[in-house]
Design a protein around this ligand. Structure first.
Ligand code: GDG
Length: 462
């Protein structure tokens, strides 16, 4: 079988000890460590004069090749275009979109540099799989430089509807670069539909009866491939975590109170302020829960160079302070808001201890934490997942309590329902969810995408 070359913005080298929060890196590491292949991308280092060649490493079946960016490249490509233009737009937050032509140019230039740095490492029959919104036009940059290998692309975040997409200056060249891939994968059928709508309505393309998409002078394939987690491994990790010091400390602090857990990168797409407001409403509408539970919100710092993330942090500080100020007792605080990163095993243990998992993003490509919460549960006494209908995970986890995160009262009702749900109902809901995520785990995701990519025909449009 051909070697798989995985390309993502940030590569985590085997020597790195840092705890990295981020769904994509977790998924790639889990999948590539078993199937083997090359992981290529940015090293995480910034230098004024980057080396012209990649730094390489090997671990088990995995090879790594990474390169540095300049501070100016990083700022224009990552902080500005990727995270201040594409990220808010693709999460339907048009009001937060900041656009500059120079950032768009830097984004294309860095995508071209990714292509140039990768080419010396490519073998003729390698299969290339590019990941996520930082690298939308990279396939086009590879093709411009004569690369004819199979190329797949997977978008980890949502693809918004065509009216929202059309807001983006430079959309045409971006999508032309994307359509240079042979197979484009999305998290959900809804995202796939957005792509098809774009092809027909904006790009003047066509979609044939067998699903082949013709646009920008090429015929390509696209599909929905919902990403999964390593369900069994996470379940084992969670079961073994309970005697770790951090879990023990949390247990002692809780006493007989129930735990509601939320774990997110500190990102405005994750809906943390409205979740806190829902908790406030729960305390107001159901005073019987006062002193009986704690909401532990772990929010790992993220994109701290971007202004909207700093604003969000201030808003959450203020909100948690206000709610705790109003409802705390001398022996109890309703919201424990923790702005730091924890080891993965501690998180798994926290999930297992939690009677309720609150995963209420305003918009999310998938949301791995929803699946991790389910995987971590004790089958004999499982907790309840409260899940936003706008997380990609909701398409698979219909047995959770599905909420509209913009409806604070509905979220508060769901929290109440979760806190009082009888054991047999909890077990039935959890079993359905667990069966789904065991079937659709990260290996199934990886295998279904790469099998379809390898099997597909590269076709120039007739
Ligand atoms: C993108 C899409 C899509 C969180 N805090 C800590 C920590 N985490 C881990 C979680 C989980 C991962 O990070 C976060 O994954 P998500 O899926 O929730 O979110 P994004 O980072 O936004 O990921 C998303 C994903 O890509 C995959 O396709 O699902 O929709 O936005 O695994 O457990 N890990 C550690 N410490 C923390 O404090 N170790």
């Amino acid at each position: 079988m051909s070697r798989l070359v995985v390309v993502s913005n940030r590569v985590i080298l085997p020597s790195e000890r840092v705890q990295r929060a981020g769904g994509l890196a977790v998924a790639i590491r889990e999948a590539l460590s078993s199937s083997g292949g090359l992981w290529f991308g940015w090293s995480g280092e910034l230098t004024e004069t980057p080396e012209p060649r990649c730094q390489t490493a090997t671990k088990g079946k995995m090879e790594f090749a990474v390169f540095d960016l300049t501070p100016a490249e990083f700022d224009g490509f990552y902080n500005q275009f990727a995270n201040s233009t594409l990220w808010p737009l693709f999460h339907y937050r048009i009001g937060l979109v900041k656009f500059s032509r120079s950032a768009l140019e830097t984004y294309f230039a860095v995508n071209a540099r990714f292509a140039e740095m990768l080419i010396p490492h490519l073998k003729p029959d390698d299969t290339i799989w590019i990941h996520d919104y930082q690298l939308l036009p990279m396939a086009g940059e590879l093709r411009k430089r004569g690369v004819t290998n199979k190329i797949g692309f997977f978008l980890h975040i949502p693809l918004p509807g065509v009216d929202t997409l059309a807001v983006l200056p430079g959309l045409g060249p971006l999508m032309r670069g994307l359509a240079a891939a042979d197979l484009i994968g999305f998290q959900t059928e809804r995202d796939l539909q957005s792509f098809k709508d774009y092809v027909r309505q904006e790009a003047g393309g066509t979609i044939s009866g067998n699903g082949a998409i013709t646009c920008f002078d090429r015929t390509i394939e696209a599909g929905a491939f919902p990403i999964g987690i390593d369900t069994r491994a996470f379940a084992t990790l969670a079961a073994r975590a309970l005697d770790k010091p951090e879990c023990q400390q949390l247990k002692e602090g809780l006493g007989s109170r129930k735990l509601m857990i939320s774990i997110d990168r500190l990102d405005y797409s994750k809906g943390i302020p409205s979740r806190f407001e829902a908790c406030e409403e729960l305390l107001r509408a159901h005073p019987e829960h006062r002193g009986q539970f704690e909401l532990v919100q772990i929010a790992s710092p993220s994109r701290t160079d971007v202004a909207s993330y700093r604003d969000l942090r201030r808003e959450i500080d203020r909100l948690s302070g206000r709610i705790n100020g109003a409802f705390s007792e001398i022996h109890w605080t309703p919201i424990r808001y923790i702005n730091r990163t924890y080891p993965r095993q501690s998180l798994a243990g926290f999930c297992r201890m939690a009677a309720v998992g609150v995963v209420t993003p305003l918009r999310d490509g998938m949301n791995m934490v929803a699946k991790e919460y389910i995987a971590a549960q004790d089958p004999d006494d499982p907790g309840v997942l409260v899940l936003s209908r706008f997380a990609g995970a909701a398409a698979e986890l219909g047995s959770a309590l599905i909420v509209n995160p913009f409806d604070v009262d509905q979220c508060a009702d769901a929290m109440h329902r979760a806190l009082v749900m009888p054991l047999d109902e909890r077990q039935a809901r959890w079993r359905t969810a667990m069966d789904t995520i065991t079937r659709n785990d990260v290996k199934a995701w990886w295998t279904s995408f790469t099998t379809r990519l390898r099997a597909g025909q590269t076709r120039a449009a007739a």
